[in-house]
Write a protein that binds this ligand. Structure first.
Ligand code: NAD
Length: 260
């Protein structure tokens, strides 16, 4: 049902972002994928997306720490695919350390990639969506947009910011058939989660098994990881007509974590 529409998904060379791109392509959308990684691997994913959708798929290497590159990616999408009709703020990184040991450069990188990039992407895309009188803006927030965990000060700060930005831009675009929402997953098994296990082991003096069972899944009453495909299915739902009254929402998909 997304034939003729275009979608930009930031941080879509891996994990949840790649799942969004695949899900939009499966509905016929043309997609812009973005993020870092091995060039041959990215080209393989890009070609597979075009094959799935029967529409175009582009790779854009915009670095989310660079506002000029974000605006250029939107302009390129507009010129080559039309739109963008759908944007997904998804790129994100993590660093785990108590505040007194938290490197300032990691803090700055998390703020730029996980939070301010979303503001710049919306700033570039909203005028085009307003002119088209249709748009879907989705951000991958996190259960950490609603609750905190120790040693994740930058991440929790950035994700709470995404929740506030979502509400504000929903109000600014409400009469233009544009919806703005964020999805807040609990733990999803992706390279980002796998990558923070060693630091959490160090910060809390735990074994790998203890981190998985007693830290990560301890927060999730279902005792199961959320899947990237489940998150992507929510994004596809948000793009449909049935979801047109959902705007400014922060949708939890966390196995009951934030109910506790
Ligand atoms: P991931 O590490 O698998 O993917 C992150 C993506 O961001 C990659 O494509 C990477 O290349 C890209 N990226 C990193 N720095 C970038 C930059 N400067 N510019 C452009 N792209 C950049 O991680 P993931 O788990 O799929 O996370 C995706 C999003 O989901 C993040 O915002 C994360 O905070 C959020 N999230 C993840 C979980 C989880 O448990 N995995 C839970 C809640 C929210």
């Amino acid at each position: 049902f997304l034939k003729g529409k275009s979608a930009i998904v930031t941080g879509s060379t891996s994990g949840i972002g790649l799942a969004y791109a695949k899900a939009f392509a499966a509905e016929g959308a043309s997609v812009v994928i973005n993020g870092f990684g091995d060039a041959a691997g990215i080209e393989k994913e890009r070609a597979a997306l075009a094959e799935t959708s029967g529409a175009k798929a582009l790779y854009d290497a915009a670095d989310m720490t660079k506002p000029g590159e974000i605006a250029a990616m939107v302009a390129r999408c507009h010129a080559e695919l039309g739109g963008p009709d759908i944007i997904v703020n998804n790129a994100g990184i993590q660093h785990v350390a108590p505040i007194e040991d938290f490197p300032a450069d990691k803090f700055e990188a998390i703020m730029k990639i996980n939070l301010t990039s979303a503001w710049y992407l919306m700033q570039a895309a909203v005028p085009l969506m307003k002119a088209a009188k249709w748009g879907r803006i989705i951000s991958t927030a996190s259960a950490h947009s609603l609750v905190a965990s120790p040693n994740k000060s930058a991440y929790v700060m950035a994700k709470h910011g995404i929740a506030g930005l979502t509400k504000t831009i929903a109000l600014e675009t409400a009469t233009f058939r544009i919806t703005v929402n964020c999805i807040s997953p609990g733990y999803v098994w992706t390279p980002l989660v796998e990558g923070q296990i060693p630091d959490t082991m160090k910060a809390r003096g735990l074994t790998r098994e203890q981190v998985v069972n007693d830290v990560l899944l301890s927060a999730q009453p279902t005792k199961e990881f959320v899947t990237a495909e489940q998150v992507a299915a929510m994004a596809v739902y948000l793009c449909g007509d049935a979801a047109k009254s959902i705007t400014g929402a922060n949708l939890s998909m966390d196995g009951g974590w934030t109910a506790a």
